[in-house]
Design a protein around this ligand. Structure first.
Ligand code: R5P
Length: 286
């Protein structure tokens, strides 16, 4: 098997190459003067299984993925597995209003064209896997996030909304503490309202766990509420750290003690690797 690490997941591809003991395929990437993407596979992969690792975010990385898939197919790979550490557009998984696109389906269908299987990490909703027209699976980074938080004397794991409740419960069980959830109403893309809920957080260390931090609005509002209720320390942890716009500044201003994300999207907050979650799903190819 060969592993092709795209430009949005080079470190994760290297980590998978190491843990599966399989080589990275030599590849040239460049951009033409007009910014169009170019890829060339630099060694024979005919008849081989190839694993392409590329986070599908932002938009330019989706185009890169489609072009890499085409190159691998043209080079005669026997089987193409696509690892999407983060699947962008997964939150637009239905029409919320008439006239909208089902963006997650549109992207999934295109990725499926040259993929024998797709594997992603903590999709926003599991049902988006059904949008792929090729077999699709997911794994969870929660055990790795919980492992990181174990050293932080966490008293309570909180979900910022009902949708993240199961994730918080799972993390709390692994850490060995209790969990609860907040109630959130989204006002617009960057603003949320957290309904104050009386929590016993006075003098406690709390970790808020979610799948995505985008604008940081959800986490920043939650951190403020917990600080208001007397929490001693507040950690925020997510699988996919998009950190759009002023997210880091918003979180810092809200009084967060530490921001933790995984390497599905590489950033200064990628303190947890998802390689150990993905590797067991790939050993059959090694
Ligand atoms: C929403 O349902 C997700 O689980 C996240 O809570 C959301 O995407 C976070 O977005 P933001 O950081 O912009 O509040």
């Amino acid at each position: 098997m060969f592993i092709l690490g795209g430009t949005s997941a080079a470190s994760l591809a290297a980590a998978l190459s190491h843990s599966l003991n399989q080589p990275l395929v030599k590849t040239t990437f460049k951009r033409f003067p007009d910014d169009e993407f170019y890829v060339r596979i630099e060694e024979p992969i005919e008849g081989q299984d190839v694993l392409i690792v590329q986070t599908a975010y932002p938009d330019s990385k989706i185009i890169e993925l489609l072009i890499m898939q085409d190159a691998v197919c043209e080079a005669g790979a026997k089987r193409i597995s696509v690892i999407l550490p983060y699947f962008g557009y997964s939150r637009q998984d239905k029409k919320f209003e008439d006239g909208e696109a089902i963006s997650a389906r549109a992207i999934a269908e295109h990725i499926s064209i040259h993929a024998d299987e797709v594997i992603t990490v903590d999709p926003h909703k599991e049902r988006i896997l059904d949008f792929f027209t090729t077999p699709a699976r997911s794994c969870s980074a929660v055990p790795q996030i919980a492992e990181y938080l174990k050293g932080k004397d966490i008293d309570l794991v909180l979900a910022p909304d009902m949708g993240a409740k199961d994730r918080a419960e799972q993390a709390a069980a692994l850490i060995g503490c209790v969990s609860d959830y907040l109630e959130k109403t989204r006002i617009d893309g960057a603003t949320v309202k957290i309904h104050p809920k009386s929590l016993d957080v006075q003098g406690k260390t709390v970790a808020i766990v979610d799948d995505i931090i985008s604008t940081g609005g959800t986490m920043a509002t939650s951190v403020k509420e917990l600080r208001h209720q007397g929490a001693k320390k507040v950690y925020v942890a997510c699988t996919h750290g998009l950190f759009a716009g002023q997210a880091k500044e918003r979180l810092t201003a809200a009084g967060v003690d530490e921001i933790i994300a995984t390497d599905t999207i590489e950033s200064e907050f990628s303190k947890v690797s998802v390689a150990p979650c993905l590797a067991p799903l790939l050993v059959h190819l090694a």
